[in-house]
Write a protein that binds this ligand. Structure first.
Ligand code: FAD
Length: 401
């Protein structure tokens, strides 16, 4: 029996534990994770970890830090079931763990299974082993086929080009990131890949992928064929919520929570991070974010609410994500896809795109322009109209004589 049981030992779970201790919680805290490694961060796995000369482990919590914080780590064991009434979690080794004060669900997501799962040379990247396998494979490869041009696929393509490897990038969408940014801004990403020497195939399927003679051979819907030494799929994610089946918790494209992370139909159960779908009081909808910053922010809110159930806090901030692709440092805040129109502001090699509904700013994308990213996030948080932010930027670009 522990005080707070956290299932999932990645950024959302670990930050919840750290915030509980920082806020003075003195009871027992146990983190259970099915991976056997100490907690680590995922964003570097598709970036620096692939490029580093030596294997890198992007640690999130060392054994010494865990000891100093009196965190009990139960690693290499998966949660398999939950009894909310009995306040008990069943574990894959046949044992079970009870909790007194709170359960925190932080089991995140995994890479979506591709139709070519198990085919030699076809990899994805979600955990540290995946990144190590990919790092090794890329060092032996002359060419790589990347399937999916979202964040992960684009970052892998970028890292592979950084290693001097020939890259073929295929996506069923006509332009990458169109779901987030629309076709016009998405086409800037097409140019980015092409400028860096990537062979791009957008708006087409992979009809066949087979291994012959130690190489992968793809036949595309557009009639072209590609041969590559390795393939990497970045097809999105699936949630790690199966272990909650039968528990009675509301799971609907994520564990359904109120604006303070409390699971809708259970007491003393909270959910954080990629697996959680929180009510956004200002937007009046349930939002699930698959980004590092949201996981950290939610962890802070949940730690507060476990300790202060009488004066709970709500999570009000909007999405924020960064991505490094080639020479672009990309920062995105808010929900660009909810905008009805956008404005592109260019300043030499850097640029920003602002999205709005009428004049209500709803999203900001910046490339190599961190000052505008900060300003954009502030504008989103304070409800500043798009025209005002655009005027501010124009003033910076065209100082009056
Ligand atoms: P996860 O990180 O998915 O962790 C969940 C943990 O739960 C895992 O350790 C898993 O082993 C464990 N678990 C799952 N099921 C069980 C179970 N039944 N029992 C016990 N343990 C279980 N975000 C950004 O904002 N910027 C980026 O640049 C960026 N880059 C990324 C690059 C990669 C390669 C990946 C994979 C993600 C990236 N992200 C990025 C997203 C970010 O890493 C995630 O939003 C974040 O990891 C979510 O944290 P989480 O703790 O909710 O879930």
């Amino acid at each position: 029996m522990t005080g707070v049981l956290i299932v999932g030992g990645s950024v959302a779970g670990v930050r919840t534990a750290q915030r509980l201790r920082a806020s003075g919680y003195a009871g027992g805290i146990t983190i259970v994770d099915r991976e056997r490694h100490l907690p680590y961060d995922r964003p570097p796995l598709s970036k620096d970890v692939l490029l580093a000369d030596e294997p890198v482990f992007p640690s999130l919590l060392t054994a010494e830090e865990a000891k100093n914080l009196r965190l009990e780590l139960t690693l290499g064991v998966a949660a398999t079931g939950l009894d909310v009434t009995g306040r008990e979690v069943a574990l894959s080794d046949g044992s079970s763990l009870g909790y007194r004060e709170a359960l925190v669900v932080a089991t995140g997501a995994r890479a979506r299974t591709s139709p070519w799962q198990g085919l030699p040379g076809v990899l994805d990247v979600r955990c540290w082993e995946d990144a190590m396998n990919l790092r090794t494979a890329l060092r032996r490869a002359r060419s790589v086929l990347v399937v999916g041009a979202g964040f992960i696929g684009a970052e892998v393509a970028s890292a592979a080009r950084g290693l001097g490897i020939e890259v073929h990038l295929v996506d069923i969408a006509e332009v990458p990131m169109a779901r987030h940014f629309g076709a016009e801004i998405g086409s800037l990403f097409v140019d980015l890949h092409r400028r860096h020497g990537v062979d791009t195939h957008f708006g087409t399927t992979i009809d066949e992928l087979a291994e012959r003679g130690g190489r992968l051979h793809a036949r595309l819907g557009d009639g072209s064929t590609i041969a590559a030494d390795v393939a990497v799929t970045g097809l999105g994610t699936e949630l790690n919520t199966e272990w909650l089946a039968g528990s009675g918790l509301a799971v609907d494209s994520g564990v359904v929570c109120d604006a303070g992370g409390r699971v809708q139909n259970a007491t003393n159960v909270y959910a954080v991070g990629d697996a959680a779908r929180w009510w956004h009081p200002a937007r009046k909808l349930l939002l699930r974010s698959e980004h590092w910053t949201s996981a950290v922010e939610q962890a802070g809110v949940v730690a507060h609410n476990i300790l202060n159930p009488e004066s709970p806090r709500e999570h009000l901030s909007l999405d924020y994500v960064w991505s490094n692709q080639y020479d672009w440092k990309i920062q995105i805040a808010g929900t660009p896809w909810t905008g009805s129109h956008h404005q592109l502001v260019k300043d030499g090699d850097r640029f920003a795109v602002l999205w709005a509904r009428d004049d209500e700013l709803c999203g900001v994308l910046t490339v190599n322009w961190p000052q505008v990213a900060v300003r954009g996030r502030r504008s989103l948080a304070t409800g500043q109209p798009m025209s005002q932010l655009a005027a501010h930027l124009a003033g910076r670009l065209l100082p009056s004589a």
